[in-house]
Structures are given as structure tokens and as C-alpha cells.
Design a protein around this ligand. Structure first.
Ligand code: ADP
Ligand code: MG
Length: 485
């Protein structure tokens, strides 16, 4: 940063356009496979290739998924819909036009609630519309030629467009994280930015703080992760401020982000912008959405992640943080639901999810679906802790690893086999206590002189000497009796 520039004089204005590939089996206007990858040019047909005489037909599932997302984002759903042709020439667009709802979106308005630094913010949406994806040009596969793979051509997309409501890269980061959670939660899109099934273009302008009109925007593309969107926005805000402070003028252009050095370069300027000559697609009939169709989709919506988290706080008295983490993805929340259905110890259940379960998943770099221990078994483990048969550290450090090796075993049986059942017999704990107190006469004297915190040391020593098997609560009671009696 140049020392003389006061970056705080400026406010950034950011609007995001996200393209999300819908999780349909087939393409938006043909029965070709919409699956990611595949050998190049195997998911194609004359329709995808735009051969003369072929006719597109609309994929009903794609319409349903767009509406599903629209409901979840509190949008209004447009009843009367049609598609338009967006005409331009590009090798990856074999028809010479893209079929899009750009001129009349199926979902209008709405918002996505996010939390940034503990503050709630509703990011308003302008629209969600349906359109088909283009193919992929590859410039790095052959030394002399660019190659084209049309597998992606015609894959259904929704484009989710925000109002220019964001002012910080952090807000964009939070919004994209929430949007990705939503599309995954709703099974609308796999949200994979690395593979390009979710892509984000960031529109950025700056203005002096206090100004209300919008400045000239620059669009930045080609970020393959949410973190890179944040980096690209930070970089672009700084670039614009530096430019203006140096006496320059911002021109409307599209730039490409280069993640390797965190900067961007110009792809095209406004002067080169196409006139797309939109007109209604003559090969597709307009379509109306009925009340029954919409009601059916609304009924099929799952409880949304934020609603679920709030319910956990309200009904299970979970801390907000725990509830949020559990609702990060649907599979984790589903596991947790099965767990709390099998145990009344809800906070303990959350502690297991956030503690031992999460750390195992992190170590293995795995999803909850890969966790070998079933919710009922974990509930049984929580039960024997609650009954005082084992304590939490023994359970998490000894019994859980054994269960991960043999997930179908019963936790109590494992505890018994490994000789880990907690000692709740005062008769056998007392001699250990006496041995510990005899070992630390100095500490005992300090305790009696008022240093009550030493109780922790004594308990710890008893636990150690009993190989973790002494019941900590009983140990505590017996120790107090010995020391104070
Ligand atoms: P275009 O027709 O160029 O795509 P749109 O009006 O559709 O422009 O807006 C595209 C995105 O850019 C939206 O997310 C919108 O909120 C955002 N946007 C529009 N104007 C500005 C601006 N001056 N600064 C920042 N973002 C903007
Ligand atoms: Mg646009």
C-alpha cells in the first residue's frame, strides 16, 4: 500500500453473479448426460451441437431446482416464463446463441441472510434465472490447436445475481459460503468451485464514503475458490483506489484474476461489448407454473440450515456456535439428528460431534458419511459415560478408537473387554488416594494452608495411578473428605 493514500476515504460496492450447475441427470434442453467430466465430446447429440432441424425441449427437473433455490432465498416466483436467445459467436457455443432467461428471470428479488463478524446482513438478490452452459475451449492440450469439449454445452445453470449490496471482501466470502451451503443442502448444485460447477463473477466499483451514486464497475472473473474471490475483490478495490488517486479514470471492463500472483489483467473493455440481440426463443413454448406445481416444490423443501441451527439453540439449548457447526452441511446435521433421537444427552452429543468425531474426520480428510461408528453406537457410548461406567477421556481416547476398528461392537462390551470400566467403589479408590497424599506431603500442607486449587493435582494423580479408571466425581468427594476431615 502506498503510504500517502487514505484507503479509508473510499467505500467499495460489490455485486456478485454466481453460476451454479444444476444437479440434473440430463441437459437443460436435451436428454444428453449432464454429468461432469467424461471423455471429451461423449455427452453430446445433434441437439447439443445445434444441428439444423433439432428442437430443444425443457428439462422439468431443472425448473424445479431453480424454484427450490428461489423459495429458499425468499424470492418471488414468476408464473409466466419464456426463454430468449442471446446471440453471439464463440467456438464453444455451437448454436451461435445461448438460450437464457436473462430477460425474464424465473425468481425475482429475495435475499440470503449471512453473518459477518457476528453481525447479521441480508444480501438482497436481484434475480435467479435459468440458462444453458457453454462448452469448454482448451488452449493448453495441443501445441498447435485449441480443442473444444462440448460435454458441458447445454448443461443447466442458474445464475444468481445480487444487488450491489456488499461493501467488503469478507461479506462476499460469507455470502458465497452461505450460498454454497444452501445449494448443497437443497441438492441443487454440488457447489464445487474447483471443478467449476459453481462459478462467481465479482462486479466492483468504488466511491467516496457518503456518496450515494454508483461508480463505474469492473467485472472480475476466473476465481476457482471462495478464498480467491475474496483475494480478487481485495486486489481490485486497491487497484481502483490506486488508479483514481494517481489521477486515472476507471473504465468499465472485464478482468481475469490470476491466482498465482493475486493480480488481474484486462480481458475486454465496454467498447468491445456485444449487442446480444435478445429475442424470445421460437423453438420453445412459453410455460406457466401452476399452484400445484409450486406447492409440491415448497412441500419438498427440507428444513433450511439456519432454521435448523436456530431450532437446536431453542429446543436443545445448544450454544449457537455448536448449532452452526453441526448445520454446516446436511450430512452432519442428519447424523446429529439420528444421534439425539437415540440419547437424551444433547449437549454431550454436540460435544462429541464438535470434538472427537470432527477431529477424526479432519485427520482422515473425510465426510461424516465415512464415519464408521453409527449414531446408535455413539449414543450407547454417551449413555455409559452418563451412567458413570466410564469417563469422557477414557471413552474418547480408548473406546472410540476401538469402535472405529470394530464399529459393530457394543461400547460397554468394548469397555469391559479392555478393562476400562470405571471404579466406583470407594473401598478400592481410598487406598489410591492415601498413596497419592502420602507422595505429596508438601502439597497437602499447602492445600491445608488455603491453596484449594491443588485439589486438581490430587485428582489428576489418582486418575493417573488408577489408569483413568477411578470415578472422578467420587474421587473428588473422597479426596475432600480426606483433606478436610
Ligand atoms: P450487467 O448487465 O453488466 O451484467 P447488471 O446490472 O446485470 O450488469 O449487474 C451485474 C452485477 O453487478 C449485479 O450483481 C449488480 O448488483 C452489480 N453491479 C451493478 N452495478 C454495479 C456497480 N456500479 N458497482 C458494483 N456492482 C454493480
Ligand atoms: Mg450480468
Amino acid at each position: 500500500m502506498s503510504a500517502s493514500i487514505d484507503y479509508n476515504k473510499y467505500e467499495a460496492v460489490i455485486g456478485l453473479e454466481v453460476h451454479a450447475q444444476l444437479l440434473t441427470e440430463s441437459k437443460l434442453f436435451s436428454s444428453d448426460s449432464a454429468a461432469f467430466g467424461g471423455a471429451p465430446n461423449t455427452h453430446i447429440s445433434p441437439v447439443t451441437l445445434g444441428h439444423p432441424g433439432t428442437l430443444p425441449f425443457l428439462n422439468r427437473k431443472a425448473v424445479e431446482l431453480a424454484i427450490r433455490l428461489g423459495f429458499a432465498c425468499h424470492c418471488e416466483i414468476e408464473r409466466e416464463n419464456f426463454f430468449a436467445r442471446k446471440n453471439y459467436f464463440y467456438p464453444d457455443l455451437p448454436k451461435g446463441y445461448q438460450i437464457s432467461q436473462h430477460t425474464a428471470p424465473i425468481c425475482v428479488g429475495g435475499y440470503v441472510p449471512v453473518t459477518v463478524d457476528g453481525k447479521a446482513l441480508d444480501v438482497r438478490l436481484n434475480r435467479i434465472h435459468l440458462e444453458e452452459d457453454a462448452g469448454k475451449s482448451m488452449h493448453d492440450q495441443d501445441p498447435h490447436n485449441s480443442l473444444i469439449d462440448y460435454n458441458r454445452a447445454g448443461v443447466p445453470l442458474v445464475e444468481i445475481v445480487t444487488e450491489p449490496d456488499l461493501h467488503h471482501a469478507d461479506e462476499a466470502y460469507a455470502y458465497l459460503t452461505e450460498l454454497r451451503r444452501l445449494v448443497r443442502w437443497l441438492d441443487v448444485c454440488d457447489g464445487n468451485m474447483e471443478e467449476g460447477s459453481m462459478r462467481c463473477d465479482a462486479n466492483i466499483s468504488i466511491r467516496l464514503k457518503g456518496e450515494t451514486h454508483l461508480g463505474t464497475k469492473v467485472e472480475v472473473k476466473n476465481m476457482n475458490s471462495i478464498r480467491n474471490v475474496k483475494r480478487a475483490i481485495e486486489n481490485e478495490i486497491k487497484r481502483q483506489i490506486d488508479l483514481v488517486e494517481a489521477g486515472g479514470v476507471i473504465t468499465q471492463e472485464t478482468r481475469s484474476f490470476d491466482a498465482s500472483n493475486g493480480s488481474s489483467f484486462s480481458l475486454r473493455s465496454k467498447e468491445e461489448a456485444n449487442d446480444y440481440r435478445y429475442f424470445p426463443e421460437p423453438d420453445l413454448a412459453p410455460f406457466s407454473l401452476t399452484d400445484e406445481f409450486l406447492a409440491g416444490i415448497r412441500k419438498s423443501l427440507p428444513e433450511l440450515p439456519e432454521e435448523k441451527a436456530q431450532r437446536y439453540v431453542r429446543e436443545l439449548q445448544l450454544p449457537e456456535y455448536d448449532a452452526r457447526v453441526i448445520c454446516d452441511d446436511k450430512a452432519t446435521a442428519t447424523y446429529f439428528e439420528a444421534l439425539i433421537a437415540a440419547t437424551p444427552h444433547h449437549k454431550a452429543a454436540a460435544n462429541w460431534m464438535l470434538g472427537p468425531v470432527k477431529s477424526w474426520l479432519n485427520d482422515q480428510n473425510a465426510d461424516i458419511d465415512a464415519f464408521p461408528v453409527q449414531p446408535a453406537t455413539l449414543a450407547a457410548l454417551i449413555a455409559i459415560i452418563a451412567e458413570g461406567k466410564v469417563n469422557f477421556s477414557i471413552a474418547s481416547q480408548r473406546i472410540l478408537p476401538a469402535l472405529l476398528e470394530a464399529p459393530h461392537k457394543d461400547p460397554l462390551a468394548v469397555a469391559t473387554e479392555l478393562n476400562l470400566i470405571q471404579d466406583t467403589d470407594a473401598g478400592s479408590i481410598l487406598p489410591v488416594i492415601e498413596a497419592v497424599l502420602a507422595k505429596y506431603p508438601g502439597k497437602v500442607a499447602e492445600y491445608k494452608a488455603g491453596k484449594k486449587g491443588l485439589i486438581g493435582l490430587f485428582v489428576g494423580e489418582v486418575m493417573k495411578m488408577s489408569a483413568g479408571k477411578a470415578d472422578p466425581k467420587l474421587t473428588n468427594e473422597l479426596l475432600l473428605k480426606q483433606l478436610n476431615g
